[in-house]
Design a protein around this ligand. Structure first.
Ligand code: KIV
Ligand code: NA
Length: 272
C-alpha cells in the first residue's frame, strides 16, 4: 500500500520513475486521481475551468481554501499542493507567509506552489526557511499573462538564459520541485539535467522528472480552448452533452420517469 509522499520523498524521486501529477478541484475528481497520482495540485486554473473566469487573475484565497478543503476530503495516498493565487504573495515575503500558512492550516496541504523565478526567489527562501515547502513554477506563468503578452512559449533562443537563471534561483531558494510550463523541449531537458530537484513538465518534455495536466483538459471537460500540450484522454464533455440531450428528449416525450422511477400509493410489503 502506498503512503502519502512528503516533499522530501518527491525530491528523492529526482531522475527516477516520472512523477504522475494532475490537478483536482473537487472531492469526486480527487478520489479518482488519488489512485494514480504522486502529487495532486489544487491549481488556480480552477478559476478558468470551474468558475468561467477569463484568466487566473481573479482567483481568490477563499476560492483556493474552499477547493483545497474539497480535494483534501478525496485524497488518501497523493501529496496535495495548493496554488497561491495572484496577489496573495507578490507584495512581500511576509504577505506570502501569512497566506501560505493559511492555505496549509485550513486545507492540510503539504506544500504551496507559486509562480516566478529570480524575482520571487527571496519569497521562496522566506517560506522554505519557515517550514513551508514550495513547488516553484517557471517558464510560462499564467498569472503574468498581461506582462508576458499572451500564453506564448518562453525561453526560445537567447531567452533560454532567463529561464535557466530562474531555475537556478528557485533551487537556491529551497524549492523541492519546479513546474516547467511551455518551454522548448531541449531547454526543459537542459534544466532537468542541470538542477538537483524534480522538474514537472507541462508543455515541456517527456524527459522531465514528472508531468502535470489540468484534469478537466485531459478528460475533455473543459473545451473553451485547447492548448497544444493538453492531450485529451477522454471526451467527457461530449458524453455529458449526449446524456443531457437524451434526458431532454425523454422528458418532452413523457418517457421519463418510467415505472421503475415512480412510486405507488401503497407501500410494498416488507421483505421477509
Ligand atoms: O493552475 C494549474 O493548474 C497549474 C498547472 C497547470 C501547473 O498551475
Ligand atoms: Na496555476
Amino acid at each position: 500500500k502506498r503512503t502519502v509522499p512528503t516533499p522530501s520523498d518527491i525530491l528523492a524521486r529526482k531522475g527516477g520513475t516520472p512523477l504522475v501529477c494532475l490537478t483536482a478541484y473537487t472531492t469526486p475528481i480527487a478520489q479518482l486521481v488519488d489512485e494514480q497520482c504522486d502529487i495532486v495540485l489544487v491549481g488556480d486554473s480552477v478559476g478558468m475551468v470551474l468558475h468561467g473566469l477569463p484568466s487566473t487573475l481573479g482567483v481568490t484565497m477563499d476560492m483556493m481554501v474552499m477547493h483545497g478543503q474539497a480535494v483534501a476530503r478525496g485524497l488518501s495516498r497523493s501529496m496535495m499542493v495548493v496554488d497561491m493565487p495572484f496577489g496573495s504573495y507578490e507584495e512581500s515575503p511576509e504577505q506570502a507567509f501569512r497566506n501560505a500558512a493559511r492555505l496549509m492550516a485550513e486545507t492540510g496541504c503539504s506544500a504551496v506552489k507559486l509562480e516566478g523565478g529570480v524575482e520571487i526567489a527571496p519569497t521562496i527562501r522566506h517560506l522554505t526557511a519557515r517550514s513551508i515547502p514550495v513547488m516553484a513554477h517557471i517558464g510560462l506563468t499564467p498569472q503574468a499573462i498581461n506582462t508576458l503578452g499572451g500564453y506564448k512559449v518562453q525561453g526560445r533562443g537567447e531567452d533560454a538564459k532567463r529561464i535557466l537563471a530562474d531555475a537556478d534561483a528557485v533551487v537556491e531558494a529551497g524549492a523541492f520541485s519546479v513546474v516547467l510550463e511551455k518551454v522548448p523541449a531541449n531547454l526543459a531537458d537542459e534544466i532537468t539535467a542541470r538542477i538537483p530537484i524534480p522538474t514537472i513538465g507541462i508543455g515541456a518534455s517527456a524527459g522531465c522528472d514528472g508531468q502535470i495536466l489540468v484534469v478537466d483538459d485531459m478528460l475533455g471537460l473543459f473545451t473553451a480552448f485547447k492548448p497544444k500540450f493538453a492531450k485529451r484522454y477522454a471526451t467527457l464533455g461530449q458524453d455529458a452533452a449526449t446524456a443531457i440531450e437524451s434526458y431532454a428528449d425523454e422528458v418532452r416525450a413523457r418517457e421519463f420517469p418510467a415505472a421503475e422511477h415512480i412510486f405507488g400509493d401503497t407501500a410494498p410489503e416488507p421483505k421477509k
